[in-house]
Design a protein around this ligand. Structure first.
Ligand SMILES: C[S@@+](CC[C@H](N)C(=O)[O-])C[C@H]1O[C@@H](n2cnc3c(N)ncnc32)[C@H](O)[C@@H]1O
Length: 247
């Protein structure tokens, strides 16, 4: 087991998220986090839960088109591209996207996205990684097509609570038939930390996605660290779900 953490499947969830519902993090604040290097969310060595549940996402398929919403400079994009999948990401910070290509020594070129004012796409010259520099809310399937798989880590939980429904609605329009969506959320006492990441309970995952796909919780992993203690928390879990869209 690559995460090396205890299975926390029996831990009870807090159901009150009221203290976070009005919190808004603006696009400018995200850009500033990138400018000042305040990116504690970035996992330099990739996420062990993607390694662990990759087979669940791929389900024996090869050459998939995989989407990374709110991608930052997630190194998992390189992993999946190296396995022969085609990767699409979206991110508001151009710096994050340029850092991604530079840090992996990947040559790329930039092109405007005619359908979205001010947006551009940074594309690896090998053609298998396309990262859109714009808001997720500006993307549509007429621009990027539909996806066979999604890795959503630090994405739903980073979206402002007031935009959660809009985010999920646009994600659903981007899903191909028979597609799979790995979703990582976090669980902690939301009265003790304002987020992001925001706490999204299982009941809300069910109400957001439940009419569109099958949802299965795969694992709850203890991810508590000094950072969370400094936030005033006394527990912090990562929760991974597989969402399966029907034929
Ligand atoms: C918590 S970080 C996670 C990044 C990445 N998923 C990872 O696992 O490292 C959230 C990212 O979303 C980006 N972001 C925030 N709002 C966005 C939006 N509306 N559209 C696209 N990207 C956005 C931020 O700039 C930030 O890089």
């Amino acid at each position: 087991m690559m995460d090396g953490s205890a299975d926390m499947s029996s831990v009870l969830e807090c159901s009150d998220t009221g203290s976070q519902k009005d919190r808004v993090v603006t696009e400018e604040e995200w850009l500033q986090k990138w400018e000042t290097g305040n990116i504690g969310f970035h996992k330099e060595h990739g996420h062990p839960l993607l390694q662990k549940y990759l087979d669940v996402l791929l389900n024996g398929r090869s050459g998939l088109k995989i989407f990374f919403p709110l991608c930052g400079k997630a190194v998992e994009m390189k992993w999946l591209a190296d396995m022969g999948h085609s990767v699409v990401g979206v991110e508001v910070s151009e710096q994050a996207l340029k850092d991604f290509f530079t840090e992996h020594n990947l040559p790329y070129f930039e092109e405007p996205v005619p359908e979205i004012s001010g947006a551009k796409v940074l594309q690896s010259t090998s053609g298998n990684i396309s990262l859109y520099c714009c808001s997720i809310y500006d993307l549509s399937s007429s621009i990027v097509g539909k996806f066979d798989g999604v890795w959503d880590r630090g994405a739903l939980v980073a979206v402002n609570p007031c935009d959660r429904q809009r985010y999920v609605s646009s994600m659903i329009t981007l899903m191909e038939k028979k597609s799979s969506y790995l979703l990582v959320t976090v669980s902690y006492d939301p009265s003790k930390h304002k987020g992001p990441p925001f706490y999204v309970p299982e009941s809300e995952i069910k109400s957001l996605f439940g009419n569109h796909c099958e949802i299965k919780c795969l694992q709850k992993v203890d991810d508590f660290s000094d950072k969370h203690r400094e936030w005033g928390l006394d527990y912090f879990l990562e929760v991974i779900y597989i969402l399966k869209f029907a034929a």
